[in-house]
Design a protein around this ligand. Structure first.
Ligand code: ZN
Length: 188
């Protein structure tokens, strides 16, 4: 297994819809094992294949709720049903979201409270997970990555402006930038 470099916003692979997985082979197993290791090292609660430069419809997630119950898994070729998102401005404290491809930044974003994820596993076996709250948010965030959408693309105008400014300030938004979990210090 290996920790992989994470692509930073501006890299075209992050802004392009990914392709469905057709080969359930050792290469896919290695990719997913490396994605879990990269997510844990970052650390993050989710990681999509385009973030490690692979334009395939795969994401991993790993998140522990307040009761210490861990949700962890991989979704290949997922579909996502979402409940109607609540209206009104996002809450700074409870709805701030981050992304390993926009490292170190966080902005509030409204998300649907309930999702139903259907996908297949590494053997191509279908499964379904009903998620609420933060896990539902993770699924929405990671699923978006597979369509070439970053959470920064969904922000309300004022937060979108702040995010665009931060991206410029960091010199991101151009092709070819990446960072290495466990190596690069993101505390700027
Ligand atoms: Zn992300």
């Amino acid at each position: 297994m290996a920790v992989l470099p994470i692509r930073i916003t501006g890299n075209p692979v992050l802004h392009t819809p990914a392709a469905s997985v057709t080969e359930f082979d050792d290469a896919l197993r290695t990719l997913v094992a490396d994605m879990f290791e990269t997510m844990d090292e970052a650390p993050g609660v989710g990681l999509a294949a385009p973030q490690v430069g692979v334009p395939l419809r795969v994401f991993v997630y790993g998140w522990e709720d307040d009761d210490g119950v861990e949700s962890r898994g991989v979704a290949v070729n997922p579909e996502l049903w979402i409940s109607p998102p609540p209206v009104g401005p996002a809450d700074e404290d409870d709805e701030s979201e981050g992304c390993l491809s926009i490292p170190g930044e966080r902005y509030p974003l409204r998300r649907a409270e309930l999702t139903i994820l259907t996908a297949v596993d590494l053997d191509g076996v279908p499964f379904e997970i009903r998620a609420e709250g933060w896990l539902a948010r993770i699924f929405q965030h990671e699923f978006d990555h597979l369509d070439g959408i970053l959470y920064a693309d969904r922000l309300e105008a004022s937060h979108a402006k702040a995010a665009a400014k931060a991206i410029r300030r960091n010199g991101w938004g151009v092709d070819g930038l990446e960072w290495m979990p466990g190596v690069d210090d993101l505390d700027d």
